[in-house]
Design a protein around this ligand. Structure first.
Ligand SMILES: *Cc1c(COP(=O)(O)O)cnc(C)c1O
Length: 407
């Protein structure tokens, strides 16, 4: 849907160069803002469209045969509102060729996997993946003749020993959903590339701002934009950003499946994207304050946060990530599910609900152990996943302090 934009700040090579400045936060402000799409205003308007009118039959013929990004054709192929968002996401991933948008993060995961797999292939899927990704492999890929093997999130370069002649793709998620193990993304990508195997990552937790996945060697980077890109808990949206060898097929598969995102949702996501940098900084600060406080509490057995030294893969997080976001888990000591419910139910500042990445804090009881098949995950107690929003961390800590006393 979008190639790198032609606006002056977006044209330089990824990295630090560029006359106007090309660092990620600067790119965030300018990304996707093509003058031909925005006109004289700062943000692109919401273009609502199904039918798009052609000048004449020759114009219709020419545009049909071209099927080009950034050219009005039919509502399903988007308008400048969706293209601006797709373009912006492409610009945030140095080395990317283009981005496709999807009506949810799950649709993005499905679209990415379907674009690289065919019957007879084998997929290596990280054991700590988001549960619906596991369900997609089992419910849709398996009956299609694509076999999935799950691997230890800490496998690192040892992934090479799992490759067979049928292995076609490795799907990473780092840190892992619920348990937050950090993977050795560059080592896995290098091993895969040496065998011609494609790599995908679910980069929802970090976003390209904290983990430039494609620059680290990943071929397709998936984001549930529902979370931090939108940032306000009011839109469902997903994206896949791909390198040149994979973008064309990704686009063909998305078009064939009729994937489309409404312009109002794309517009809201683009609005959210502009403040991603400052929000993530605050989510990190609040998340770290709460995580470090929890780690000192006798009622807490473990805190699963990539920025804490005892989180599996913490050294990799320090090496590869530009920071942490606001989502992590902790495990209670000497407590049962009823005690955990007393803690969560009485919290005043944390909502109970799925998703995360909005401005508000959330608490969710989680049980990762049954979701594992490659390596056992020993909880040692009931676990809680927290999303730390933009509230004052001191108030959140006071709320949790009262909660721990309810145990
Ligand atoms: C939420 C989530 C998704 C799915 O996104 P939806 O927009 O809810 O479909 C995918 N991956 C991860 C890691 C998520 O947390």
């Amino acid at each position: 849907m979008g190639r790198r934009s032609g606006h002056p700040q977006g044209d330089g090579p990824g990295g630090m160069s560029g006359q106007g400045g090309d660092r990620p936060l600067t790119r965030l402000a300018g990304a996707g803002r093509r003058p031909e799409w925005t006109g004289g205003v700062v943000n692109p308007p919401v273009w609502r469209a199904s039918t798009i009118l052609f000048d004449d039959c020759a114009d219709l013929d020419a545009k049909s045969s071209r099927n080009r990004d950034g050219e009005l054709y039919y509502g399903r192929r988007g308008t400048p509102t969706q293209w601006a968002l797709a373009d912006a996401l492409t610009e945030l991933e140095p080395g990317a060729a283009g981005t496709m948008l999807y009506p949810s993060g799950v649709a993005a995961v499905a679209g990415a996997l379907l674009s690289v797999l065919k019957p007879g292939d084998e997929l290596l899927l990280v054991d700590s993946c988001y549960q619906p990704t596991r369900a997609f492999a089992q419910n849709i890929l398996a009956p299609m003749g694509v076999a999935t093997r799950f691997y230890d999130p800490l496998v690192g370069a040892g992934i090479a020993e799992l490759f067979t002649d049928k292995t076609r793709a490795v799907f990473m998620e780092s840190p892992g959903s619920l348990t937050f193990e950090v993977q050795d993304v560059p080592a896995i990508c290098a091993a895969a590339r040496a065998r011609g195997i494609v790599t995908l990552i679910d980069n929802t937790w970090a976003t390209p701002l904290l983990l430039p996945a494609i620059a680290l060697g990943v071929d397709l980077s998936i984001i549930a934009c529902t979370k931090y890109i939108v940032g306000h808990s009011d839109v469902m949206l997903g994206s896949v950003t791909a390198t040149a060898p994979y973008y064309k097929r990704l686009r063909m598969v998305a078009q064939s499946l009729g994937q489309h995102v409404g312009p109002d949702d794309a517009w809201l996501a683009l609005r959210g994207l502009r403040t991603l940098g400052v929000r993530l900084r605050q989510h990190q600060e609040g998340g770290l304050a709460v995580a470090q406080w929890l780690a000192t509490r006798p009622e807490v057995a473990r805190v699963l946060h990539p920025a804490l030294p005892d989180c599996p893969g913490h050294d990799l997080w320090r090496r590869d990530f530009g920071g942490a976001s606001g989502l992590f888990s902790f495990v209670l000591r000497d407590a049962d599910a009823a005690a955990r419910a007393r803690l969560i139910d009485g919290l005043a500042l944390f909502g109970i609900g799925f998703s995360w990445g909005g401005y508000e804090s959330l608490a969710l009881p989680v049980d990762p152990a049954p979701l594992r098949s490659a390596v056992r995950w020993e909880a040692g107690g009931p676990a809680v996943r927290l999303h730390i929003g933009l509230e004052d961390p001191a108030d959140l800590i006071a709320d949790l302090d009262a909660g721990l006393r309810r145990l």
